[in-house]
Design a protein around this ligand. Structure first.
Ligand SMILES: [Zn+2]
Length: 201
């Protein structure tokens, strides 16, 4: 199963090795997939998914199990408890690209990692201070600004959530392991530090 935050080339790369994967995308990516895929569109910027792969679009409304829809969550408008067991929440995070989604992943009973994709592109956008959001890098900058505000609010209030944006280089300087390592221990320690600092403040 491959969860894809959005269809920019640097987030999908070459899908060829995923020959029979279930690929999960935000629903608004559907129109992009219909028109912008190479080689059907010779100018297309997305490489075709393998013929045996299956694409599922998440619209945060229609599901076989309505109890899996959580809204709001935590302060985002819409989310889906994907497996129905609280381990993985897909979060509607519109603005950057059609159908852009994020993921809140439980890595211990009380700790989560928020995989923010391209909600924004560096830590300064969601931590205290002011960083302007550029219209050049977002499909719908007004929606992107609203989503970033939600990310900011979550980061300000939920120390048990460790945010990692796709392009957040600071986490590398702070020792976040890269694939095929896993980030669970790193993130649990980071969340514990955040919670400790809050109690000391
Ligand atoms: Zn992008």
């Amino acid at each position: 199963m491959v969860f894809t935050s959005h269809l920019h080339w640097d987030h999908i790369g070459d899908p060829a090795p995923f020959t029979s994967a279930d690929i999960v995308l935000g629903a608004d990516a559907k129109s992009v997939l219909a028109t912008n895929v190479y080689p059907a569109n010779t100018q297309g910027q997305i490489l075709q998914f393998p013929a045996d792969s299956k694409v599922t679009f998440i619209d945060f409304v229609s599901t076989d199990s309505p109890s899996q829809i959580v809204s709001p969550f935590p302060n985002f408008d819409r989310a889906l408890d994907f497996f129905g067991d609280g381990t993985l929440y897909l979060v509607d995070a519109p603005g950057h690209f059609e159908g852009h989604i994020a993921a809140l992943v439980r890595i211990s009973p009380g700790t989560f990692v928020f995989l923010g994709g391209d909600t924004c592109h560096n830590r300064q956008c969601y931590t205290p201070g002011t960083r302007l959001t550029s219209a050049r890098i977002h499909h719908d900058v007004e929606k992107a600004r609203k989503t970033i505000e939600k990310l900011k609010a979550m980061n300000d209030t939920m120390d048990e959530v460790v945010v990692v944006l796709a392009h957040e280089t600071e986490v590398l300087e702070e020792g976040m392991p890269l694939f095929p390592g896993d980030i669970n221990d790193w993130a649990v320690q980071r969340a514990a530090k955040r919670m400790h600092m809050r109690t000391q403040a």
